[in-house]
Design a binder for this molecule. Structure first.
Ligand SMILES: [Zn+2]
Length: 341
């Protein structure tokens, strides 16, 4: 098969590789669409040396495909099924998994983050991570699930209901997913960030956008002017120092901040106490079925954010653009791993 492999930071090539065979509990999936997002770009560049410890490695996590072959012990799937996969694997038996909270699996065998790779013609996936796509969900729709799943997890933890207000920090792939999800749930959404066409994409998904003229611009004053007292709920999607600082700067007293990654928190315990802030972590999510339902019902679509398509053989071009200056104008790129449709 043909497979994208990183041979060093920024050195992405498509090479021949053996088609893997599914072991017990695994499914061999023929990959159709793959939509890179920020973590993939971080992996591509090996930012801060924290993504890749040894080369060559595969890349890609958010994808859709067709079941090619089921390994021993796999039930509920058959060749030809159209599928998407959750980001994280889980045991299926522990107390958290039993409650459906599979992203918080208690089994130490699943505590380590093992990243899916999917930018290759065939990939192995644990059957526990898969879901069959409803007919109305396209391969492209299902290749952009991660941001939706994460946002559904965040909004559930924040207790948001139709008509509530949420601020989304960032308008990259994850931010656009969070905005589309907020709109689908009937939330009023203000997005902060973006210097280019991504702002228009965010507006097209229903957000009021406070854009920035340049990276690092402080939006605190404008955010407070647009909502005196601050925002009651904020999801931070950039995992950057800037985004995290903005999130806490615009939180209203009694507000809740959802974090998806990043470094040191820019506040003390007293800052949390003084405003009675609540902070929740978002470790991917388990809301795959809900995400697919929202898409199938027509309430949620990220198709308008697709800025370009690339055959697998040109994936290096796609990543060079996603890692370049022009990224501010790019919504999502689709890698047509399974061939153009
Ligand atoms: Zn578990």
């Amino acid at each position: 098969m043909r497979a994208a492999r990183l041979f060093g930071p920024g050195d992405l090539r498509v090479v021949d590789a053996p088609v893997p065979r599914p072991a017990r509990g695994e499914v061999l999936v023929r990959v159709m669409s793959y939509a890179p997002y920020g973590t993939d770009v971080g992996t591509y560049l090996n930012r801060h040396g924290r993504y890749v410890s040894a080369y060559p490695v595969g890349i890609g996590a958010d994808f859709s495909g067709v079941v090619e072959e089921c390994g021993p012990g796999v039930e509920g799937y058959q060749p030809g099924d159209r599928v998407a996969a959750l980001a994280l694997d889980h045991c299926g038996d522990c107390a958290n998994c039993s409650q459906g909270r599979t992203n918080l699996c208690l089994d130490p065998n699943f505590a380590k983050l093992v990243r899916q790779t999917c930018c290759e013609e065939y990939t192995l996936v644990s059957a526990r991570k898969l879901a069959v796509l409803p007919d109305a969900v396209t391969f492209d729709d299902a290749a952009m699930l991660a941001g939706v799943v994460d946002a559904l997890n965040a909004y559930e933890q924040m207790g948001l209901r139709e008509g509530d207000t949420v601020a989304v920090i960032g308008v990259g792939a994850m931010g656009l997913g969070a905005i589309a999800t907020a709109t689908a749930l009937g939330l009023a959404v203000t997005a902060l960030g973006g210097t280019g066409r991504r702002c228009e994409l965010a507006e097209g998904l229903g957000a009021a956008v406070l854009s920035i003229a340049q990276h690092g611009e402080d939006l605190t004053e404008r955010a407070h002017a647009s909502r005196p007292g601050g925002f009651p709920a904020i999801i931070e999607t950039t995992a950057s120092d800037w985004g995290i600082a903005q999130a806490f700067a615009i939180a209203a007293p009694g507000g809740i901040v959802a974090l998806t990654g990043g470094g040191q928190l820019p506040l003390t315990s007293w800052d949390v106490v003084d405003r009675e802030l609540r902070i929740v972590g978002v470790r991917a999510g388990h809301h795959q079925a809900q995400a697919l339902d929202l898409i199938a019902s027509g309430k949620l679509s990220l198709r308008s954010t697709i800025s370009g398509r690339f055959p697998l053989e040109r994936v290096a071009d796609a990543f060079a653009q996603l890692a370049g200056e022009g990224a501010k104008d790019i919504g999502r790129f689709i890698i047509d791993v399974g061939g153009a449709r």
